[in-house]
Write a protein that binds this ligand. Structure first.
Ligand code: MBD
Ligand code: FE
Length: 309
Protein backbone atom coordinates (compact mmCIF):
# COMPACT_ATOMS: atom_id res chain seq x y z
CA UNK A 1 0.00 0.00 0.00
CA UNK A 2 1.39 3.37 -0.99
CA UNK A 3 1.47 6.18 1.52
CA UNK A 4 1.88 8.82 -1.20
CA UNK A 5 -0.91 11.32 -1.46
CA UNK A 6 0.15 12.06 -5.04
CA UNK A 7 -1.51 8.93 -6.39
CA UNK A 8 -4.84 9.50 -4.65
CA UNK A 9 -7.74 10.18 -6.99
CA UNK A 10 -8.74 13.30 -5.04
CA UNK A 11 -5.23 14.76 -5.53
CA UNK A 12 -5.20 13.89 -9.27
CA UNK A 13 -8.56 15.61 -9.58
CA UNK A 14 -7.25 18.66 -7.73
CA UNK A 15 -4.21 18.89 -10.06
CA UNK A 16 -6.45 18.61 -13.11
CA UNK A 17 -8.48 21.58 -11.92
CA UNK A 18 -5.34 23.52 -10.90
CA UNK A 19 -4.00 23.28 -14.45
CA UNK A 20 -7.36 24.06 -16.05
CA UNK A 21 -7.37 20.70 -17.80
CA UNK A 22 -11.07 20.33 -17.00
CA UNK A 23 -11.96 23.31 -19.20
CA UNK A 24 -11.60 23.94 -22.93
CA UNK A 25 -10.20 27.46 -22.75
CA UNK A 26 -6.62 28.68 -22.33
CA UNK A 27 -3.36 27.25 -23.61
CA UNK A 28 -2.98 23.46 -23.88
CA UNK A 29 0.80 23.33 -23.64
CA UNK A 30 0.86 25.68 -20.66
CA UNK A 31 -1.76 23.54 -18.92
CA UNK A 32 0.39 20.45 -19.29
CA UNK A 33 3.44 22.31 -18.02
CA UNK A 34 1.60 23.78 -15.02
CA UNK A 35 0.28 20.31 -14.17
CA UNK A 36 3.79 18.86 -14.12
CA UNK A 37 5.32 21.77 -12.20
CA UNK A 38 2.59 21.62 -9.56
CA UNK A 39 2.97 17.87 -9.31
CA UNK A 40 6.75 18.16 -8.92
CA UNK A 41 6.45 20.79 -6.18
CA UNK A 42 4.08 18.57 -4.24
CA UNK A 43 6.30 15.57 -4.84
CA UNK A 44 9.35 17.38 -3.41
CA UNK A 45 7.31 18.46 -0.38
CA UNK A 46 6.34 14.86 0.19
CA UNK A 47 9.77 13.35 -0.46
CA UNK A 48 11.54 15.70 1.98
CA UNK A 49 8.63 16.01 4.40
CA UNK A 50 8.80 19.79 3.94
CA UNK A 51 7.04 21.59 6.78
CA UNK A 52 4.71 24.52 6.12
CA UNK A 53 7.24 26.89 7.71
CA UNK A 54 10.01 25.58 5.45
CA UNK A 55 7.76 25.93 2.44
CA UNK A 56 6.92 29.54 3.26
CA UNK A 57 10.56 30.36 3.82
CA UNK A 58 11.15 29.17 0.25
CA UNK A 59 8.31 31.40 -1.00
CA UNK A 60 9.77 34.36 0.93
CA UNK A 61 13.12 33.58 -0.71
CA UNK A 62 11.63 33.67 -4.21
CA UNK A 63 9.90 36.95 -3.39
CA UNK A 64 13.20 38.44 -2.18
CA UNK A 65 15.00 37.12 -5.27
CA UNK A 66 12.49 38.78 -7.59
CA UNK A 67 12.37 42.03 -5.66
CA UNK A 68 16.17 42.24 -5.77
CA UNK A 69 16.04 41.57 -9.55
CA UNK A 70 18.33 38.56 -9.08
CA UNK A 71 16.35 35.90 -10.93
CA UNK A 72 18.73 36.22 -13.87
CA UNK A 73 21.64 35.66 -11.50
CA UNK A 74 20.34 32.59 -9.71
CA UNK A 75 19.36 30.85 -12.96
CA UNK A 76 22.97 30.52 -14.21
CA UNK A 77 24.10 29.80 -10.64
CA UNK A 78 21.82 26.76 -10.65
CA UNK A 79 23.19 25.60 -14.00
CA UNK A 80 19.86 26.00 -15.77
CA UNK A 81 21.14 28.52 -18.33
CA UNK A 82 23.95 26.09 -19.17
CA UNK A 83 21.37 23.30 -19.48
CA UNK A 84 19.51 25.38 -22.08
CA UNK A 85 22.83 25.70 -23.96
CA UNK A 86 23.42 21.95 -23.73
CA UNK A 87 20.00 21.38 -25.27
CA UNK A 88 20.73 23.78 -28.14
CA UNK A 89 24.09 22.06 -28.69
CA UNK A 90 22.32 18.70 -28.86
CA UNK A 91 19.68 19.95 -31.29
CA UNK A 92 22.42 21.28 -33.57
CA UNK A 93 24.40 18.07 -33.32
CA UNK A 94 21.33 16.02 -34.23
CA UNK A 95 20.83 18.29 -37.26
CA UNK A 96 24.43 17.61 -38.34
CA UNK A 97 25.88 21.00 -37.40
CA UNK A 98 29.49 20.64 -36.36
CA UNK A 99 32.35 22.99 -35.64
CA UNK A 100 31.85 26.68 -35.29
CA UNK A 101 32.54 28.73 -32.19
CA UNK A 102 30.87 27.14 -29.16
CA UNK A 103 28.10 29.05 -27.46
CA UNK A 104 27.95 29.87 -23.81
CA UNK A 105 25.44 31.67 -21.66
CA UNK A 106 24.35 35.29 -22.07
CA UNK A 107 24.07 36.08 -18.36
CA UNK A 108 21.95 38.85 -16.86
CA UNK A 109 23.99 41.97 -17.63
CA UNK A 110 23.49 42.73 -21.33
CA UNK A 111 22.22 46.15 -22.40
CA UNK A 112 20.93 46.57 -25.96
CA UNK A 113 21.80 49.34 -28.40
CA UNK A 114 25.41 50.01 -27.41
CA UNK A 115 27.16 52.48 -29.75
CA UNK A 116 27.82 50.99 -33.20
CA UNK A 117 31.25 51.34 -34.80
CA UNK A 118 32.72 50.02 -38.05
CA UNK A 119 35.80 47.79 -37.94
CA UNK A 120 37.18 48.99 -34.65
CA UNK A 121 36.18 50.64 -31.39
CA UNK A 122 37.50 51.73 -28.05
CA UNK A 123 35.37 50.29 -25.23
CA UNK A 124 36.86 51.95 -22.16
CA UNK A 125 35.44 55.43 -21.96
CA UNK A 126 35.70 55.90 -18.18
CA UNK A 127 39.17 56.70 -16.86
CA UNK A 128 40.42 53.65 -15.00
CA UNK A 129 43.85 52.29 -14.08
CA UNK A 130 43.52 49.01 -15.94
CA UNK A 131 45.88 47.02 -18.10
CA UNK A 132 45.26 47.93 -21.72
CA UNK A 133 43.82 45.07 -23.76
CA UNK A 134 43.65 44.89 -27.55
CA UNK A 135 41.43 42.17 -28.96
CA UNK A 136 40.89 41.36 -32.60
CA UNK A 137 39.83 38.66 -34.97
CA UNK A 138 37.78 37.65 -37.97
CA UNK A 139 34.18 36.54 -38.23
CA UNK A 140 33.95 33.68 -40.71
CA UNK A 141 31.55 31.08 -41.99
CA UNK A 142 32.27 27.46 -41.28
CA UNK A 143 34.60 27.15 -44.25
CA UNK A 144 36.69 30.02 -42.93
CA UNK A 145 35.42 32.59 -45.45
CA UNK A 146 35.25 36.05 -43.85
CA UNK A 147 31.85 37.62 -43.23
CA UNK A 148 31.84 41.38 -43.88
CA UNK A 149 29.14 43.39 -42.12
CA UNK A 150 28.73 40.98 -39.21
CA UNK A 151 28.04 42.70 -35.89
CA UNK A 152 30.15 41.85 -32.84
CA UNK A 153 28.20 43.11 -29.81
CA UNK A 154 30.68 43.03 -26.92
CA UNK A 155 30.27 43.77 -23.21
CA UNK A 156 32.45 43.19 -20.17
CA UNK A 157 33.15 44.22 -16.59
CA UNK A 158 35.62 46.85 -15.39
CA UNK A 159 38.63 46.21 -13.15
CA UNK A 160 36.32 45.84 -10.16
CA UNK A 161 34.07 43.29 -11.83
CA UNK A 162 31.22 45.77 -12.35
CA UNK A 163 29.13 46.30 -15.50
CA UNK A 164 27.98 49.73 -16.67
CA UNK A 165 24.28 50.48 -16.09
CA UNK A 166 24.12 47.94 -13.24
CA UNK A 167 27.09 49.72 -11.59
CA UNK A 168 26.01 53.36 -11.30
CA UNK A 169 29.63 54.53 -10.91
CA UNK A 170 30.22 53.85 -14.62
CA UNK A 171 29.05 55.98 -17.54
CA UNK A 172 26.39 54.85 -19.99
CA UNK A 173 27.66 52.07 -22.29
CA UNK A 174 31.15 52.00 -20.74
CA UNK A 175 32.78 48.73 -21.88
CA UNK A 176 29.89 48.04 -24.28
CA UNK A 177 30.05 48.43 -28.07
CA UNK A 178 28.73 46.96 -31.28
CA UNK A 179 31.43 46.59 -33.93
CA UNK A 180 30.56 45.88 -37.54
CA UNK A 181 33.21 43.79 -39.30
CA UNK A 182 35.10 45.40 -42.20
CA UNK A 183 35.33 44.12 -45.78
CA UNK A 184 37.72 41.35 -44.63
CA UNK A 185 35.41 40.29 -41.82
CA UNK A 186 37.69 41.79 -39.18
CA UNK A 187 36.80 43.42 -35.87
CA UNK A 188 39.14 44.90 -33.31
CA UNK A 189 38.89 46.88 -30.14
CA UNK A 190 40.90 48.53 -27.43
CA UNK A 191 39.71 48.12 -23.85
CA UNK A 192 40.98 47.32 -20.39
CA UNK A 193 41.47 43.89 -18.87
CA UNK A 194 38.27 42.95 -17.00
CA UNK A 195 38.16 41.43 -13.53
CA UNK A 196 35.87 38.58 -12.55
CA UNK A 197 32.35 39.25 -11.34
CA UNK A 198 31.12 38.31 -7.88
CA UNK A 199 27.47 38.03 -6.80
CA UNK A 200 26.39 40.85 -4.46
CA UNK A 201 27.67 39.52 -1.10
CA UNK A 202 24.47 40.37 0.79
CA UNK A 203 22.10 39.45 -2.03
CA UNK A 204 19.52 36.71 -2.36
CA UNK A 205 21.60 34.62 -4.79
CA UNK A 206 24.64 34.62 -2.52
CA UNK A 207 22.40 33.68 0.41
CA UNK A 208 21.44 30.42 -1.29
CA UNK A 209 24.99 29.80 -2.53
CA UNK A 210 26.24 30.20 1.06
CA UNK A 211 23.74 27.60 2.22
CA UNK A 212 25.09 25.26 -0.48
CA UNK A 213 28.69 25.90 0.59
CA UNK A 214 29.40 27.60 -2.76
CA UNK A 215 31.09 30.83 -3.83
CA UNK A 216 29.53 33.32 -6.25
CA UNK A 217 32.54 34.18 -8.40
CA UNK A 218 33.00 34.14 -12.14
CA UNK A 219 36.38 34.13 -13.85
CA UNK A 220 37.20 37.30 -15.81
CA UNK A 221 35.40 37.09 -19.15
CA UNK A 222 34.17 39.07 -22.16
CA UNK A 223 30.68 38.56 -23.61
CA UNK A 224 29.69 38.53 -27.28
CA UNK A 225 26.65 38.34 -29.48
CA UNK A 226 27.82 37.81 -33.04
CA UNK A 227 25.20 38.27 -35.75
CA UNK A 228 25.15 38.43 -39.53
CA UNK A 229 22.27 38.21 -42.01
CA UNK A 230 21.38 34.56 -42.80
CA UNK A 231 23.71 33.21 -40.07
CA UNK A 232 22.78 31.79 -36.70
CA UNK A 233 23.19 34.25 -33.86
CA UNK A 234 26.11 33.27 -31.64
CA UNK A 235 25.98 34.02 -27.92
CA UNK A 236 29.34 33.38 -26.33
CA UNK A 237 32.11 34.58 -24.03
CA UNK A 238 35.85 34.26 -23.81
CA UNK A 239 37.56 33.70 -20.49
CA UNK A 240 40.82 35.33 -19.44
CA UNK A 241 43.38 32.56 -19.05
CA UNK A 242 45.07 32.27 -15.66
CA UNK A 243 42.10 33.49 -13.60
CA UNK A 244 41.77 31.56 -10.34
CA UNK A 245 38.11 30.80 -11.09
CA UNK A 246 38.73 29.75 -14.70
CA UNK A 247 37.47 26.21 -14.06
CA UNK A 248 35.39 27.07 -11.01
CA UNK A 249 32.79 29.44 -12.47
CA UNK A 250 29.68 29.81 -10.29
CA UNK A 251 27.70 30.19 -13.55
CA UNK A 252 29.19 27.12 -15.30
CA UNK A 253 30.00 28.98 -18.53
CA UNK A 254 33.67 28.06 -19.15
CA UNK A 255 34.41 25.97 -22.25
CA UNK A 256 37.88 24.85 -23.30
CA UNK A 257 37.56 26.35 -26.79
CA UNK A 258 36.78 29.75 -25.27
CA UNK A 259 40.08 30.35 -23.46
CA UNK A 260 42.31 32.09 -26.01
CA UNK A 261 45.95 32.81 -25.22
CA UNK A 262 46.53 36.22 -23.64
CA UNK A 263 49.81 37.63 -24.96
CA UNK A 264 51.57 40.09 -22.64
CA UNK A 265 53.73 42.73 -24.33
CA UNK A 266 56.33 44.29 -22.06
CA UNK A 267 59.12 45.36 -24.41
CA UNK A 268 59.63 49.09 -24.82
CA UNK A 269 59.32 49.15 -28.62
CA UNK A 270 55.98 47.38 -28.61
CA UNK A 271 54.72 49.72 -25.90
CA UNK A 272 55.74 52.91 -27.74
CA UNK A 273 54.44 51.55 -31.04
CA UNK A 274 50.98 51.46 -29.43
CA UNK A 275 51.43 54.92 -27.94
CA UNK A 276 51.38 53.51 -24.40
CA UNK A 277 53.59 53.80 -21.31
CA UNK A 278 52.85 50.45 -19.71
CA UNK A 279 52.85 46.79 -20.71
CA UNK A 280 49.63 45.65 -22.38
CA UNK A 281 47.96 42.45 -23.54
CA UNK A 282 46.56 41.22 -26.83
CA UNK A 283 44.04 38.50 -27.60
CA UNK A 284 43.24 37.16 -31.05
CA UNK A 285 39.97 35.31 -31.38
CA UNK A 286 37.98 34.39 -34.48
CA UNK A 287 34.25 33.70 -34.49
CA UNK A 288 32.89 31.01 -36.79
CA UNK A 289 29.16 31.18 -37.50
CA UNK A 290 26.74 28.59 -38.87
CA UNK A 291 24.26 29.37 -41.62
CA UNK A 292 20.67 29.71 -40.46
CA UNK A 293 18.37 26.81 -41.31
CA UNK A 294 14.60 26.50 -40.85
CA UNK A 295 14.81 23.06 -39.25
CA UNK A 296 16.88 24.32 -36.34
CA UNK A 297 15.66 26.00 -33.14
CA UNK A 298 16.24 29.74 -33.12
CA UNK A 299 19.37 30.81 -31.23
CA UNK A 300 17.92 34.27 -30.59
CA UNK A 301 16.75 34.25 -26.99
CA UNK A 302 13.88 36.60 -26.16
CA UNK A 303 14.36 37.82 -22.62
CA UNK A 304 13.84 41.13 -20.84
CA UNK A 305 16.82 43.45 -21.08
CA UNK A 306 17.23 46.65 -19.12
CA UNK A 307 17.39 49.77 -21.27
CA UNK A 308 20.21 52.21 -20.65
CA UNK A 309 18.16 55.34 -19.99
C1 MBD B 1 27.98 37.91 -15.02
O1 MBD B 1 28.84 38.82 -15.48
C2 MBD B 1 27.67 36.89 -15.83
O2 MBD B 1 28.25 36.90 -17.02
C3 MBD B 1 26.80 35.90 -15.42
C4 MBD B 1 26.51 34.76 -16.31
C5 MBD B 1 26.24 35.94 -14.19
C6 MBD B 1 26.53 36.98 -13.37
C7 MBD B 1 27.40 37.96 -13.79
FE1 FE C 1 29.43 38.62 -17.36
Amino acid sequence: MTTSLLARPEFRELLTRVAGLDNDKGDERLKRIVLRVSEHICSVIEEFDVSPSEFWSAMAYLTELGQANEVGLLVPGLGVETFLDMRMDEAEKRAGLEGGTPRTIEGPLYIADAPLATGEARLDQDPEQGEVLFMEGVVTDKDGAPIAGAVVDVWHANTRGGYSFFDPSQSKYNLRRRIETDAEGRYRFRSIMPSGYACPPNGATQKLLDALGRHGHRPAHIHFFVTAPSYRKLTTQINIDGDEYLHDDFAFATRDELIPPVVRHADADAITARGLNEPFSTITFNFMLHREADVLPDTTVERPHAQAA
